[in-house]
Design a protein around this ligand. Structure first.
Ligand code: G3P
Length: 214
């Protein structure tokens, strides 16, 4: 299972969480990675953890004040990027442009979507993976695998119907090892989570509990 920890703009210490993700990654067969804010990419990547960006824009080098250029994100140490997170929504054409920009910079891509129909559209753009996250469950602590298991299964089927090479992650409310196992049983190849680790008093313990049953 792929476990991608999104730090959003939570007031956690990004390097401390990155070190925890790096260390727990050593103890498990699961693949763990962290997505800090753009401003923290370099410091986080220096810890040796697998580092992801939270977003890249559909742009190339040039006149793009305030945008995130895929090449710069890669240079800062990211090996992958989220695109179209629920908190950073893009139009379909811009999702396509961001996937292409990420590919140009050799970044792995996870395109997020709200529901199975959007997952199908996202999969058609040829990312490495898609992630279904019902927005109403984000940050609630109620896992999508429990509150709405059909949405995960339907997302897996929607992606497979479009492109069987695109893997499917799920996210929203995931905070325990049982949640990760349940996501896997529904066909997800990984999970995307944030508050369960970024807001934990002890991120290492939270991560250990997440991967313990895997
Ligand atoms: O990117 C993951 C995120 O949107 C889910 O957040 O806090 O419900 O794990 P959370």
């Amino acid at each position: 299972m792929f476990v991608l920890v999104n730090l959003k703009t939570y007031p956690c210490d990004p390097v401390a969480v990155a070190e925890a993700v790096r260390d727990v990654n050593e103890t498990t067969d699961a693949r763990l990675a962290v997505a800090p804010q753009a401003a923290h990419l370099e410091r986080v990547a220096e810890t040796g953890v697998e580092t992801w960006a939270q977003h890249v824009d559909p742009i190339d080098y040039g006149s793009n004040t305030g945008h995130a250029l895929a090449e710069s994100v890669a240079e800062a140490g990211a090996v992958g990027t989220l695109i179209n997170h629920s908190e950073q929504r893009l139009k379909l054409a811009d999702i396509d442009g961001s996937v292409q920009a990420a590919r140009r910079a050799d970044l792995e891509t996870v395109v997020c979507a709200n529901n199975p129909a959007q997952i199908g559209a996202a999969a058609a753009l040829g990312p490495d993976a898609v992630a279904v996250e019902p927005p109403e469950l984000i940050g609630t602590g109620t896992p999508v695998s429990q509150a709405d298991p059909d949405v995960v299964e339907d997302a897996v089927n929607a992606a497979a119907g479009v492109d069987s090479e695109v893997s499917v992650l799920c996210g929203a409310g995931i905070s325990t090892g049982d949640d990760v196992v349940a996501a896997g049983e529904l066909g997800a190849e990984g999970v995307l989570l944030a508050s369960g680790v970024a807001k934990a008093d002890d991120p290492t313990a939270a991560l250990e509990a997440l991967v313990d049953p895997l």
